[in-house]
Design a protein around this ligand. Structure first.
Ligand SMILES: [Zn+2]
Length: 393
C-alpha cells in the first residue's frame, strides 16, 4: 500500500490530488506534493465562491500529522484568484489557511492531545514546539467559539500566560461559572486590542449578560473590562495578589541576605526562603523552629513577613466596610515601613481599593469557586477543556 493511497483514504479533498510522496533532504521528513485537480476552479478565500485564476504564489509547506517518526509536509503552490467581489485574493484550501503553518488536521490532532496532556508535554511527545501547540489550541478554541451557540455566560476570568522564556504573552479567557469551567478564548499578547478581540467574538449581547469578571491587576485588562463589561462586578484575583505579595517578600529577603553577607554579618537568612514564604501551618517542624528563631531579630525580612501574614486576615472579613477599614489601616502601616517592595504593594492595593472590595460583594452573590477565581490548579484543568465535544478531522 502506498502513502498516497492512505492519504486519499483519510484526507481526501475534492478539487485537489496528491501527486507524489518522497523523503525530504534530511531523510527525517516526508514531503507530499499536492496539485489542483485538472479543470477544477479555485475558490476565493473571501466569499468562498469559485473564481477565475490569477497567478501562483511560491510553494509552501503545511505540516501534517507525523507518521512513524517522520515529519510530514504537504507542499502546495497556492493560487490567487481574480474574484468579482473581492478582487485579487489568495485561494481557499480545505486543509489549512494562510495564517497557520500547520495543516488543519494536524492542529486538531495536537489540540486533542492537549486536552489530555499539558501543552509542554504535547509539544515534546510530537517533536513540535510549545508555540505550535498553543497555535493549534488557539485555532480550535476560536473555531469552536464561531461554530457553537454560547448560552449565557455568567462569570469569566481573564489571565495571562508567559511563554518563550517570558518574552511573550498570551491572554486566556475562561468561563468560570459554577459547574462549567472551560477555556473560551486564546489571544496573542496581553494588550487592550488583544483582549477586546474576545468581546468582539462573543458580541455585545452576550457580553451584556456577564455578571462577574475576575482578573489580575494588569491595566489593559482593567480598561477593557470597564469599557466592555461595565455592568459586571469586577473582582481581582486573590491568588494573584497573594503571589505578588510573596514575590515582594522574596525580593526583600534576597536583597537583605546579600547585604548582610557583604557587611560581614552571620548568614541569618540562609535557607530561610520557605520559612517566610509558606503559610505557617504548612511549615515542617524544623522550618517552624527556624522561623521562631528568625522572628527574634529586627530584620526587614521579618517585618515584611509580619506584614504579609497580617494581610491574610483581609480575606476573612464578611463585610466590605470592615474589610475596607482593615485595608486602609494595613496600607498606612506598610507605607511607613520603609521597605520599598512592600510599600509598592501597598500603593497598588490602595489604587485598586474598590475592585479589591468587590471580592466581598461577589462572595455574597455567587459561589466561592468563582470568587476564588483563577488559582493555578483550576487554570490547568480549564485549559484542557474547550467545551467542544465534536472535533473531527
Ligand atoms: Zn470573493
Amino acid at each position: 500500500m502506498e502513502l498516497i493511497t492512505i492519504l486519499n483514504h483519510c484526507h481526501r479533498h475534492r478539487g485537489f490530488v496528491y501527486q507524489q510522496a518522497r523523503f525530504g533532504g534530511d531523510k527525517k521528513s516526508i514531503e507530499v506534493d499536492v496539485r489542483p485537480r485538472e479543470g477544477s476552479a479555485a475558490v476565493c478565500s473571501g466569499c468562498h465562491q469559485p473564481a477565475p485564476g490569477y497567478d501562483h504564489l511560491p510553494q509552501r509547506c503545511f505540516e501534517f500529522i507525523p507518521l512513524w517518526g517522520f515529519l510530514v509536509f504537504l507542499r502546495y503552490r497556492m493560487r490567487r484568484v481574480d474574484c468579482r467581489n473581492c478582487g485579487v485574493v489568495v485561494e481557499e484550501v480545505p486543509w489549512g489557511d494562510g495564517k497557520h503553518q500547520l495543516a488543519r488536521a494536524y492542529m486538531l490532532f495536537l489540540a486533542r492531545w492537549a486536552r489530555k496532556l499539558s501543552w509542554k508535554e504535547t509539544a515534546e511527545a510530537f517533536h513540535t514546539s510549545w508555540d505550535q501547540v498553543c497555535d493549534a489550541v488557539e485555532y480550535v478554541v476560536g473555531w469552536g467559539l464561531e461554530h457553537r451557540t454560547l448560552e449565557s455566560i455568567r462569570a469569566i476570568g481573564v489571565d495571562e500566560i508567559q511563554y518563550a522564556k517570558g518574552h511573550k504573552y498570551l491572554t486566556l479567557v475562561y468561563q468560570i461559572d459554577q459547574g462549567l469551567t472551560r477555556l473560551l478564548w486564546v489571544g496573542k499578547e496581553r494588550t487592550i486590542e488583544s483582549f477586546q478581540g474576545f468581546f468582539t467574538v462573543i458580541g455585545e449581547q452576550l457580553a451584556a449578560q456577564i455578571e462577574f469578571v475576575c482578573s489580575d491587576m494588569w491595566q489593559p485588562y482593567l480598561d477593557v473590562i470597564r469599557e466592555r463589561c461595565s455592568q459586571a462586578l469586577h473582582i481581582l484575583d486573590r491568588f494573584h495578589i497573594v503571589a505578588k505579595m510573596n514575590k515582594a517578600l522574596d525580593d526583600v529577603r534576597a536583597a537583605e541576605s546579600r547585604q548582610m553577607a557583604q557587611d560581614g554579618y552571620p548568614p541569618l537568612l540562609k535557607k530561610s526562603r520557605w520559612c517566610v514564604l509558606k503559610r505557617e501551618e504548612n511549615l515542617t517542624s524544623q522550618q517552624k523552629f527556624r522561623l521562631r528563631d528568625l522572628l527574634r531579630y529586627n530584620l526587614q525580612t521579618v517585618r515584611a513577613y509580619l506584614l504579609k501574614e497580617d494581610f491574610q486576615q483581609f480575606w476573612e472579613y464578611n463585610s466590605p466596610t470592615w474589610a475596607g477599614m482593615f485595608l486602609d489601616f494595613w496600607c498606612q502601616q506598610t507605607l511607613r515601613s520603609r521597605i520599598a517592595p512592600m510599600k509598592k504593594i501597598a500603593r497598588t492595593l490602595r489604587a485598586h481599593r474598590e475592585l479589591l472590595l468587590n471580592y466581598f460583594k461577589a462572595r455574597k452573590q455567587i459561589s466561592s469557586g468563582v470568587v476564588e477565581g483563577l488559582n493555578n490548579k483550576a487554570k490547568v484543568t480549564m485549559r484542557r477543556s474547550y467545551g467542544l465535544s465534536l472535533i473531527h478531522i
